[in-house]
Design a protein around this ligand. Sequence first.
Ligand code: ATP
Ligand code: MG
Length: 248
Amino acid sequence: MLEPLFDDGWIEEVIRPVKSGKEASVYLCRAGARTGEELVAAKVYRSPENRGFKNAAVYWEGGTRGWNAHDLRATKKRSGWGKTVLFGAWILRENETLEALHRAGANVPRPIAQVGSVLLMSWVGDEEEAAPQLRQVRWDRARAGRIFDFLVGQVELWLANDIVHADLSEYNVLVWRGRPVVIDFPQAVDPRFNRNAYSLLQRDLANLYRHFERLGVRRDPRALSAALWERWLHSDAWLGMPEGAPVE
Ligand SMILES: Nc1ncnc2c1ncn2[C@@H]1O[C@H](COP(=O)(O)OP(=O)(O)OP(=O)(O)O)[C@@H](O)[C@H]1O
Ligand SMILES: [Mg+2]
C-alpha cells in the first residue's frame, strides 16, 4: 500500500503503525523533502468491503452531482463496482474537505497527497508520541469550557465553508500542546445540498457536548446548533446559486 509513496518521494521511512481500526490504519512516517514536513501521517483506507454502503445514503444525499450515470447506477444497485466508486469517493471527500478547511485556517491536519487509497497529511504530535484523542485529556472545568467554545467556533468556521463534519466526537479531536485539531472528515456533508445536514450538525454538537458535560461544562447544544444554522442560512452561501439549487 505504501510503496508508491516511497517511489514518488512522499515518504522516506515508515516509523511505526499508530492505529489500525475497522475503517482505516494510520502510520507515522518520516516525510520526503517534497512535502515540506518532517513527519507525516499516512491514513490507509480499508478495502471497499469495510467502507461500503452502510449509512452511505445519509451522507451522499444531494452529494452526487457530477457523477456519471454509470457510476451512480452502480452505487444504487450496490454492485461491486458501486462499492469501488463509493470507496474512492470517501477518500476524495476527506482530501477535499481537509484542503478547504486548511485553506480557511481551521485547526485540521494539512492534506499533502492522495495516492490510491492512502491519504497523506501533516502529523499531529512528535516522533515519540501521537497527539492523544480528546477523550484521553483531563481539564478543569474552566479550561474545558474554553475548549468546548473553541470547538463550537470551529464548527461555525466549517459551516461558513459549507461543511458539516457529521462524525464529530471525542475520538476525532486530537489535542496537541493544549490545542485541539479535528480529524476524520470522509463523511462530511455540504449543507447546501444535503437535507440531513442540520440533523447531522445537531448530532455533532450533541456528541461533543456529551463529553464536555462530564467535565462540568454547561451549555445548550440544541440552542447552539440552531443559532449556527440560522446564521449560516442568512450568510452568502446561497448567493450565486441557481434558483432552487439547494435540493437536487
Ligand atoms: N494527522 C494525524 N496525526 C496524528 N495522529 C493521527 C492523524 N490522523 C489520524 N491519527 C490517529 O489515527 C486514528 C484514526 O484516524 P481517523 O479517525 O482519521 O480514522 P478512522 O476512520 O476513524 O479509523 P478507525 O475506524 O480506525 O477509527 C486517530 O484517532 C488518531 O489517533
Ligand atoms: Mg476516527
